[in-house]
Design a protein around this ligand. Structure first.
Ligand code: ZN
Length: 499
């Protein structure tokens, strides 16, 4: 089966083949760990996870890298302003690395909640300073860099293909660049490879000696002259992705992912600095996911809508419902988040799990063993095999998850194939979707309010007098409220949300 992905480089669907047979190497831009990650960030990470799982489903071994940015990400793309990590540290009164570890942990916990498989490598930028310096020195030797009073810059005019990914010419960028007037940059698109700990970065805590690669604690910072002499500073944001991707995956690898917002600056710069250094093609396929909007607009701190996975859980919604919500729309389309839409995804997920539970029967462990020992392809009937083929072709067609979900639901709710086949197909498909469909729906217990407690007392009395008509009447009242009463062996009445 041919796999087609939409390649941002060239802006069309292309047949995908990895460089090495059966093995795919993927790099995904990871989080800058300076604040709690929000659901907009997670659309990109869920997409990267879907890509990896899909390729594994299609028979490939996947090697993946996601970087953790814990130094050097400035608040603005024009290489000025504060470092996000240092700003976070000042906000919370702890060191930049302590901030980084705190939010990295939060990020990793959220990955788990969203059933996102951990990438093969999760390198931290601060632990790969030597590789970044080495790459910058290589670029220096080849004449692609120049120095200004505040850092070492990449000269984009020396890289012939600059702008190929975004389709923007350097001249267009120049026309649109208002901020560059004061800068010492030769071209507005030029970007910092290394920033010196001087001027607005004088108090930067994480600084390294460019010549020796050694980290300096701030008390060791010398005079400005000495700082300049040893080029004491920190890496620009873009260079870490080139240094770490090439370290773990080689000079050329198969797929690079990220959000569409990375195309015009970050990814364009990654290509320029990597290809200038190696004279080889950096990445064969660039896959970008579209934005997540909230209530039709932007997400921002000031609007108070930077929702987190914890916010989702606090509303009693399964985080995996957010996964399902993302898959309901193709990754290259904008996705609008509303709480109503998420709650209907949650109901859809519950429906799927309930139905799956019914089809599994009571003893799940036994059935799982049987499934494991069966050769999957050979004993599926014709219709079941068609479903599997349809599902594979949906994901092979640029990861068409809306279609894949429709096929999954047809298998789950439809007729014409045996229950054993249904069960096995759903489990196979769920390896791609990661919705934990074989997890039983957890019924949520409700703490009854005063009025409900009164009704429960009446019902207990009615049951004691064997007045079942009255008992049923009260049960119906709860049903109207969307609640269910379960009679425990102890005689206690437990109230739950109705599924
Ligand atoms: Zn990146």
């Amino acid at each position: 089966m041919l796999i087609r992905f939409f390649n941002s480089l060239g802006r069309k669907k292309e047949v995908f083949e990895p460089l090495e047979k059966d093995r795919v190497k993927i790099y995904s831009c990871g989080p800058t760990v300076y604040a709690s990650p929000h659901i907009g960030n997670f659309r990109a990470f869920i997409f990267a996870d879907l890509l990896r799982r899909s390729l594994e489903f299609l028979g490939f071994t996947v090697e993946s890298v996601m970087n953790i940015t814990d130094v050097g990400h400035l608040v603005s793309d024009s290489d000025s302003g504060e470092d996000k990590l240092e700003k976070g540290a000042a906000r919370e009164g702890i060191s930049p690395l302590a901030i980084a570890r705190k939010y990295e942990k939060e990020f990793l916990d959220d990955l788990e909640k969203l059933n996102i498989e951990k990438p093969t490598y999760l390198p931290r930028a601060s632990e790969h300073i030597a590789e970044q310096i080495e790459l910058i020195k290589k670029l220096e030797k080849k004449g692609f860099t120049y120095e200004t009073s505040d850092g070492i810059y990449f000269d984009t005019s020396k890289f012939e293909n600059y702008g190929a990914l975004s389709g923007q010419k350097i001249e267009d960028k120049e026309a649109g660049a208002r901020v560059a007037v004061k800068s010492e940059k030769r071209n507005p698109a030029d970007f910092a490879l290394w920033k010196f700990c001087v001027g607005e970065n004088e108090n930067h805590i994480l600084c390294w000696n460019f010549e020796t690669g050694k980290q300096l604690s701030d008390k060791n910072l010398r005079s400005e002259t000495e700082t300049r002499k040893a080029k004491i500073g920190f890496p620009g944001w873009h260079i870490e992705c080139s240094a770490m991707s090439m370290k773990y995956l080689g000079a050329t690898f198969d797929i690079h992912t990220g959000g569409v917002d990375h195309i015009p600056v970050h990814h364009e710069n990654e290509i320029a600095q990597s290809e200038a250094a190696t004279d080889q093609r950096f990445v064969n396929f660039w896959l970008h996911n579209e934005f997540l909007t909230i209530d039709g607009g932007k997400m921002s701190k000031s609007l108070g809508n930077l929702f987190t996975i914890e916010d989702i859980k606090a509303k009693g919604i399964d985080p995996l419902a957010f996964r399902l919500f993302c898959f309901g729309t193709h990754y290259r389309q904008k996705l609008n988040f509303t709480w109503e839409a998420l709650s209907s995804a949650n109901n859809r997920l519950k429906r799927m799990r309930n139905d799956f539970a019914k089809k599994i029967g009571a003893d799940t462990s036994q059935i799982f063993e049987i499934t494991k020992n069966k050769s999957f392809e050979t004993d599926l009937g014709n219709l079941a095999r068609t479903y599997k083929l349809d599902f594979s072709s949906a994901i092979s067609d640029d990861l068409n998850t809306p279609r894949a979900l429709a096929i999954l639901e047809e298998v789950l709710f439809g007729e014409g194939i045996s229950q054993d086949e249904q069960r096995r197909l759903v489990r196979e498909f769920d390896k791609v979707l990661g919705l934990n469909l074989d997890q039983p729906v957890v019924e949520e217990k409700i703490e009854p309010n005063q009025e409900q407690q009164k009704l429960l007392a009446e019902r207990a009395a009615a049951r004691a007098e064997k007045d079942f008509a009255k008992s049923d009447e009260i049960r119906a009242k709860f049903a109207e409220m969307g609640l269910e009463i379960e009679d425990a062996k102890s005689g206690k009445q437990i109230v739950k949300k109705k599924n």
